[in-house]
Design a protein around this ligand. Structure first.
Ligand code: HEC
Ligand code: HEC
Ligand code: HEC
Ligand code: HEC
Length: 235
């Protein structure tokens, strides 16, 4: 029942997001912009597999895995449109990764960066510093919903699904080509369970928020993570 409800709620969130997102500035700011303020998140994220997804597209890397799904292990896939969509940030969209760009360049978009999960950030990044200033000066929080209309994503399950469940016959109904080559049919270890994966070391560590934003949509896992979140090391 909970699962069903969550599914319905997910769709409701999507529907309400759609018009707002198209009105917002949905271009990508890049990891380096986010980590100017979110330094600890940047350090922690850099240690995850999501920071190294470009490596996997290089020749002679992960050869056994590639052979299993009939990919050519000696081929360079770093300019292949059938791979870049899930191994970089915002590929094919405004401000996103472009074929041939230096993966760790000025914005570090050649990875599964912050905005792959949190949404393209050009429209919402300034709202973060404004809300912070307001909190400091007046002790007032800013309604979180302004972030949604500025393009920030809070439906994490859907963000993951766009890459991890994007194959034919997957439970994710939005699946469309190019598909994920590594599916549960290849090996059970490629099965993706959101509830488990979101709590795994694949994600950055969690740090305490001061409450610059308040109200809906509160991510369902926010409270759980905040209970054990670390203190931020510097301002
Ligand atoms: C100018 C500094 C700055 C930049 C740039 C910035 N943020 Fe933030 N961000 C903040 C501050 C300050 C908060 C409020 C933190 C709090 O409540 O303690 C925040 C809050 C957040 C939150 C939590 C929002 C909530 O629901 O309460 C997320 C997620 C986040 N930022 C991600 C990002 C991402 C991704 C980027 C890059 C696109 C980014 N930020 C860019 C300063 C910044
Ligand atoms: C729809 C998204 C998507 C597309 C398209 C995609 N990948 Fe991936 N790739 C992923 C995800 C998600 C994983 C992680 C799978 C896991 O561990 O469950 C992954 C993992 C990998 C791995 C590591 C597998 C392992 O067992 O270590 C390699 C290598 C790889 N991809 C190469 C490629 C190449 C080459 C292409 C293009 C021909 C490609 N991918 C296209 C999403 C994608
Ligand atoms: C833009 C595509 C994309 C998005 C969005 C994405 N991932 Fe991934 N993820 C990947 C790729 C690609 C890999 C494989 C890394 C590799 O081996 O190159 C991966 C790897 C992983 C792994 C395996 C890590 C390891 O150490 O083997 C987990 C777990 C994971 N992701 C969870 C998540 C969760 C949870 C979300 C959503 C909150 C998410 N991912 C969102 C593309 C994505
Ligand atoms: C694979 C998906 C994914 C990537 C990549 C990612 N995040 Fe997150 N992030 C999450 C999830 C899931 C949460 C927990 C839900 C929440 O509290 O909003 C979270 C929470 C946060 C928060 C709220 C406080 C906390 O620590 O829980 C901030 C701030 C944040 N992320 C910033 C970043 C920044 C900056 C980057 C890039 C360096 C980044 N994230 C990369 C998925 C991701």
């Amino acid at each position: 029942m909970m699962r069903f409800l969550r599914h319905i709620l997910g769709i409701a969130a999507l529907v309400s997001l759609a018009p707002a997102a198209s009105a917002a500035d949905v271009s990508y700011a890049g990891v380096k912009t986010c980590t100017k303020c979110h330094y600890d998140h940047g350090q922690s994220w850099a240690a995850t597999a999501h920071a190294r997804t470009f490596e996997s597209l290089k020749p002679e890397v992960k050869t056994d895995a590639k052979k299993r799904v009939k990919l050519d292990p000696s081929r360079d896939y770093t300019k292949d449109k059938d791979c870049l969509g899930c191994h970089t940030t915002g590929f094919g969209r405004a401000g996103g990764y472009q074929v041939g760009a230096e993966p760790g360049g000025a914005e570090a978009l050649g990875s599964v960066g912050c905005e792959s999960c949190h949404g393209a950030g050009s429209g919402y990044r300034d709202l973060h510093s404004k809300a912070d200033k307001r909190l400091k000066e007046t002790s007032e929080s800013t309604p979180r919903k302004v972030l949604v209309s500025a393009g920030q994503n809070f439906d994490y399950a859907r963000a993951c699904a766009g890459c991890h469940l994007n194959y034919q016959g997957s439970p994710y109904k939005g699946a469309k080509p190019p598909y994920l080559p590594f599916t549960p049919a290849v090996d059970a270890k490629y099965r993706f369970e959101f509830d488990e994966a979101v709590r795994s070391e694949a994600l950055h560590e969690h740090y305490k928020l001061k409450g610059a934003f308040a109200g809906d949509p509160v991510p369902p896992i926010r409270d759980e993570f905040q209970k054990t979140a670390k203190e931020i090391s510097e301002e």
